[in-house]
Design a protein around this ligand. Structure first.
Ligand code: KIV
Ligand code: NA
Length: 266
């Protein structure tokens, strides 16, 4: 299959075609998501939580992200693989940002994503100038949780709405090929979609976005700690996996596994 590339996403926006993005962190899951037809996979810094067990995204390092990016790239043929620049890997300078983005590309990513609007526009421009496609991320930006003061919907009053629109415009003007809108009030997200020439990818930002993204474990009901009201669970994978593991253990304990069909008699 031909690989989804950045120009396809521009074409889909022109055609009014919506698309789905999910996170992925390993080859097996990425392959399943490819089979499901998901065109864009994000190796998110949410790996901090769902892979590494940290309680926020702040601790995960570039070195911890690289093998996950490589695994997702090796495990897929068609999806565009976007990799998050983790906290601390791009804030210090444009040079640091380009070096970190290049490391993600060498690991197998086809594009990178970084958080921040007006404050990050120079970083976006520097990475784009290095020939690396950049996805922006504005609204609530989890890496800045402590500056923002917690998980907050962006754009709720007029001043905040103007700031959120300005953030999205800034990263698009700096050359981003798409912009994630996280926890942006639905009317503001709708306005941003109108203003931007590039696709908007919503998460907790209402229906009027060109694309939608979720963390796959949230989408599939594998996490039990998903308190986020914007997450919809499309399956009970936690229940399925727990049930399978418990059935396996019970059969091992009572001696019914392995039976003859799962043994070699010669
Ligand atoms: O890290 C992540 O998973 C993300 C998405 C949820 C947008 O940035
Ligand atoms: Na992220």
């Amino acid at each position: 299959p031909t690989r989804v590339r950045v120009p396809h996403l521009a074409r889909w926006k022109a055609e009014g075609r919506r698309w789905a993005m999910l996170t992925a962190y390993d080859a097996t899951t990425a392959g399943v998501l490819e089979e499901a037809g998901i065109p864009v996979l994000l190796v998110g810094d949410s790996a901090a939580n769902v892979v590494y067990g940290y309680s926020s995204s702040l601790p995960v390092t570039l070195e911890e992200m690289l093998p996950l990016v490589a695994a997702v790239a090796r495990g897929t043929q068609r999806p565009l693989v976007v990799a998050d620049l983790p906290f601390g890997s791009y804030e210090a300078s444009d040079a640091q940002a380009v070096t970190a983005a290049a490391a993600l590309m060498k690991a197998g990513a086809h594009a990178v994503k970084l958080e921040g609007g007006v404050r990050a526009r120079d970083r976006v421009a520097a990475i784009v100038a290095a020939g690396i496609p950049v996805m922006g991320h504005v609204g609530f930006t989890p890496q800045a949780e402590h500056a923002i003061g917690g998980y907050r919907v962006a754009g709720r009053d007029d001043a905040a709405a103007e700031r959120t629109v300005a953030d999205a415009v800034a990263v698009a003007d700096a050359g981003a090929f798409a912009v994630v809108l996280e926890m942006v009030s639905a009317p503001v997200a709708s306005r941003i979609r109108e203003v931007l020439a590039v696709p908007t990818v919503g998460i907790g930002s209402g229906p009027d976005c060109d694309a939608q993204v979720l963390v796959w474990q949230d989408m599939a009901g594998l996490n039990d700690d998903s308190r986020l009201s914007f997450v919809k669970r499309y399956a009970d994978m936690r229940g399925v996996l727990r049930g399978a593991a418990a059935a396996f253990a019970a059969e091992v304990e009572d001696g019914s596994f392995p039976d003859a069909a799962h043994s070699f008699d010669a």
